[in-house]
Design a protein around this ligand. Structure first.
Ligand code: BMX
Ligand code: ZN
Length: 317
């Protein structure tokens, strides 16, 4: 049996997993990212987690083929440099070199959403597809594109940033500097913003009460309060779904993948999110009258997608 290590570097957690050649995660190790802090410290912790995960798997580094890393931002996979990652505070960080100072193995890096898409492609909801696009609805909206079984990251390692395509000109401010990005509406962060806006407009609604009781607004507030009968919450959910459907329809119109996979916590809402979204997409997509169309599915692997995809980066390009 061959083994690989995949590391998912996130704004909150660093998770390393040992993955066998049948795509099973056999052991993990994790720690807090604790950013902002010096990039070398983060890299050292990543190497530490890799070593710990291997130990937890009762293996040694000799059993490991290579290490793969998924990171938010722009990952130059040829030079092994994370060129830019705003939430981690990275600028031209030589991640591969740093990790190899501790571990003498080949190290591959890739954007986190690309790695997660690859994970879903090799072992999850996009398994068996030739062309697949995965969209993650999390803190941001991540995009990963698989064409003919390989990760497509474009030139300059900066492609597949589906989250930063504008769906509302002059719309809500995005963290990338543009206004009206898909990410500004369809991320969990975007949903929370729209929920807060509605609460400010309707201070007596059920969402406002929920905020007072819990002391916070989350990505679930609007869905929960809609179920409790709040018409303003339903309006937020409807708006969220409308934007999500627009972003997904755009993506299908560009790529016409066999499978479009969506992941991230918001997908746990299930049918109340998915059914109306799929209905809107079906009405609008360019191929609406074609006998064959892109299948929209929910990601299967959750947070493990990023680890499994990272672990197989040695085969991804
Ligand atoms: C942002 C962007 C993408 C990333 C996506 C998902 C940065 C630092 N991140 O659009 O590269 O894939 O977020 O990130 O520029 P997540 O934090 O939601 O997983
Ligand atoms: Zn943007």
């Amino acid at each position: 049996m061959k083994y690989y290590v995949g590391i998912d570097l996130g704004g909150t957690n660093i998770v390393a997993g040992v993955v066998d050649e049948e795509y099973n995660i056999i052991a993990k190790a994790s720690t807090k990212t604790n950013c902002p802090r010096p990039e070398k410290e983060i890299a050292d912790d990543m190497a530490k987690m890799a070593v710990e995960a291997v130990r937890n798997a009762k293996l040694t580094m000799n059993d490991i083929q290579w290490i793969g890393v998924g990171t938010p931002g722009i990952a130059n996979s040829e030079k092994g440099i994370i060129e830019y990652s705003n939430n981690l505070g990275f600028n031209n960080t030589p991640m591969v070199k740093y990790i190899q100072e501790t571990i003498d193995k080949p190290v591959f890096i890739e954007n986190d959403a690309n790695a997660a898409a690859y994970g879903e492609f090799v072992a999850g909801a996009a398994k068996g597809a030739r062309n697949a696009v995965c969209i993650t609805l999390g803190t941001g909206v991540g995009g990963g594109i698989i064409i003919d079984g390989k990760i497509y990251s474009g030139s300059n390692f900066a492609g597949a940033e589906i989250g930063h395509t504008v769906i509302e000109v002059d719309g809500a401010q995005c963290s990338c500097g543009r206004k009206g990005c898909f990410e500004a509406y369809s991320s969990a962060t975007g949903l929370i913003r729209m929920t807060k806006e509605a609460i400010a407009e309707h201070p007596d609604c059920i969402m406002a009460k929920s905020e007072k009781e819990r002391g916070k607004v989350t990505a679930r507030t609007s869905f929960d309060c809609m179920r409790a009968g709040d018409k303003y919450a339903k309006a937020v959910v409807d708006k969220y779904i409308k934007y999500l459907a627009a972003g997904i329809t755009n993506t299908i119109n560009i790529f016409q993948p066999d499978v479009l996979c969506i992941g991230g916590g918001v997908c746990n809402e299930g049918d109340p999110l998915l059914l109306p979204m799929k209905e809107l997409v079906a009405k609008e997509v360019y191929t609406r009258n074609s006998p064959k169309n892109t299948e929209i599915v929910i990601a299967k692997l959750g947070n493990d997608a990023g680890i499994i995809g990272a672990a197989f980066l040695g085969k991804a390009k």
